[in-house]
Design a protein around this ligand. Structure first.
Ligand code: HEC
Length: 141
């Protein structure tokens, strides 16, 4: 009898502990979800910086300013890699992940075009890149 009571008592402690732990985890998960749901958690500073750099790239390509354009495109490439990682982290948005990856690829192709002084191709790729920004904004912004 005594032993049985002890077991029942122990079970209760375990049960209470389990409930408390689940409750705490629930809180952590729900606050995490709250941070993510209203938007995709995209860093606005990153986006504004992206816009500035993309504008600078467009003008440097039209001026055939090789060094300036290369600097911009290297920076944009890094920013898009970060955006790609962000979409991989949050998951569930394959179209966003695809557009981020596409943009990263375009910056690599832009780097090649500028390095080889192929400004016609760089202009075309620059337009494609701006279209990728627009596609993603139409879908998620
Ligand atoms: C894969 C998706 C994606 C791509 C590609 C993308 N963006 Fe964005 N961008 C977003 C999302 C999502 C927001 C909205 C963020 C928010 O309001 O929380 C945004 C917001 C912005 C903003 C608004 C910031 C503000 O103050 O509200 C600017 C500017 C911007 N992006 C510029 C760009 C430029 C320029 C490019 C391309 C060179 C680009 N973005 C590419 C997803 C993307």
């Amino acid at each position: 009898m005594n032993i049985k009571n002890q077991f029942t008592g122990l079970n209760k402690v375990i049960r209470t502990t389990t409930i408390l732990i689940s409750f705490c985890c629930g809180l952590v998960f729900s606050s995490y979800a709250e941070d993510q749901t209203p938007d995709l958690g995209i860093d606005i500073d990153l986006m504004n910086f992206m816009e500035e750099t993309n504008d600078s790239l467009t003008s440097n390509i039209s001026l055939m300013n090789r060094d300036g354009a290369l600097e911009d495109v290297v920076l944009l490439n890094e920013l898009f890699v970060m955006l790609e990682e962000h979409f991989a982290e949050i998951g569930d948005y394959p179209e966003g992940a695809r557009l981020a990856k596409k943009s990263t690829t375009l910056t690599a192709q832009l780097n090649d075009a500028i390095t080889t002084d192929n400004y016609n191709n760089a202009t075309k790729l620059g337009i494609e890149l701006s279209n990728a920004c627009k596609s993603c904004h139409e879908k998620f912004k």
